[in-house]
Design a protein around this ligand. Structure first.
Ligand code: PHB
Length: 364
């Protein structure tokens, strides 16, 4: 039975673009890049298969060699990587969809094995996260990162700026600043990882400073209407805690609203986990403070998405894992058809199996 009485499957404006519908393919790390962290041709096939989404956010993509934290993730800092991504954006555009690149610096969620010259990963403060790093030779305990000197921060902003220039050159329609899930920008936001005593730590204003500098650099390259940001305000992923997240994210969203960026992409709850979190706060408050689009994510089903639109709780709904195993997710949702379940064994690394070989409904 087709799903009617909803605008979920109708066009919507995002910045300069008319998206075909309100369904977004969330960024999904798949760890299948080739030598030099270059997206392989199968990535173009994978993204092209999923281009009935109104918008695709690319898998998290390192802005610099230092920004890398997982084996086989792609970058956007070399000419070869730009060429690899060109095939991806062309495949998506050929199907009439839009694709933003997600800009990633992992900070302390890395390992010397993944860093240039075996260097220590960097972070706001030298505090080791209690997690394991995904290296080419398996999971390894993280090490204590090196605290960034304040004099190094402009260089990282420059890396973001160059990554944005490369993204546009590769044909991306915009960029998403990854400020979620315990990676570098989130580390700056949270007092559990940021104990700095300079202008980048301490007060809410100071902790928000670096993520805002990065966002400003992205806006300078792409224009505010082609920039979004991903946040996970009540998430403890990657061992990241905050004594009081609400004022941090309230302030951040207010400033982003001043900037006029296109959207905020909010992970509601624990990434890939529960939507309700003890000690969390009402994320709806962020939506009402922000004039751009609110992209909701985390554990959405068709019913939750329909309800979110009916109650006007979100403008766009991002689906993650369902897009892995349902390349035609939009058509399936629109028909309220069954979804196939993804195989976690093929989430990270490997070849086309579990990547481009999930069938569409007609042939399933
Ligand atoms: C992951 O590899 O599981 C991953 C990567 C980036 C995220 C979240 C999860 O933001």
């Amino acid at each position: 039975m087709p799903v009617t009485d909803t605008d979920l499957f109708l066009p919507v404006r995002l910045g300069p673009y008319q998206l075909a519908n309100r369904i977004v393919m969330a960024p999904l790390t798949r760890s299948r890049a080739g030598a030099g962290d270059v997206p392989r041709p199968m990535a173009a096939k994978y993204y092209g298969q999923r281009a009935s989404a109104g918008l695709i956010i690319s898998e998290a993509t390192q802005i610099s060699p230092q920004g890398k934290g997982y084996a086989w993730t792609p970058g956007i800092h070399s000419t070869e990587q730009v060429a690899g991504w060109k095939a991806v954006t062309a495949a998506v555009h050929a199907k009439g969809s839009r694709i933003f690149l997600q800009l990633w610096h992992v900070g302390r969620i890395s390992h010397p094995d993944l860093q240039p010259g075996g260097a220590l990963p960097v972070a706001p403060s030298a505090i080791r996260p209690n997690v394991e790093a995904f290296t080419e030779t398996g999971l390894k305990p993280t090490v204590t990162p090196r605290a960034l000197e304040v004099s190094e921060l402009p260089g990282i902003v420059d890396d973001y700026r160059r990554a944005c220039e490369n993204a546009l050159q590769a044909g991306f329609d915009g960029v998403e600043v990854h400020a979620a899930n315990g990676y570098l920008l989130d580390q700056f936001l949270r007092d559990g990882a940021n104990r700095r005593t300079d202008a980048y730590g301490g007060s809410v204003e100071n902790r928000v400073r670096f993520p805002l500098e990065v966002t400003r650099a992205a806006i300078a390259v792409c224009g505010a209407d082609r920039v979004g940001i991903r946040i996970s305000p009540i998430n403890s992923r990657n061992d990241l805690v905050d004594s009081n997240p609400e004022p941090v994210f309230t302030h951040l969203v207010d400033r982003l609203n001043d900037f006029g960026i296109a959207y905020i992409h909010v992970i509601e709850g624990v990434t890939g986990g529960p939507r309700e979190v003890e000690g969390g706060f009402d994320l709806g408050k962020l939506r009402t403070r922000f004039g751009g689009l609110y992209m909701a994510n985390n554990g959405y089903t068709l019913d939750l998405a329909l309800a979110a639109r009916r109650q006007n709780k979100a403008d766009l709904i991002a689906f993650g894992k369902p897009f892995i195993s349902n390349p035609d997710l939009v058509a399936r949702l629109a028909r309220n058809a069954p979804l196939s379940a993804p195989d976690p064994a093929t989430f990270y690394g490997g070849d086309e199996h579990g990547y481009t070989d999930y069938p569409e409904l007609e042939t399933a």
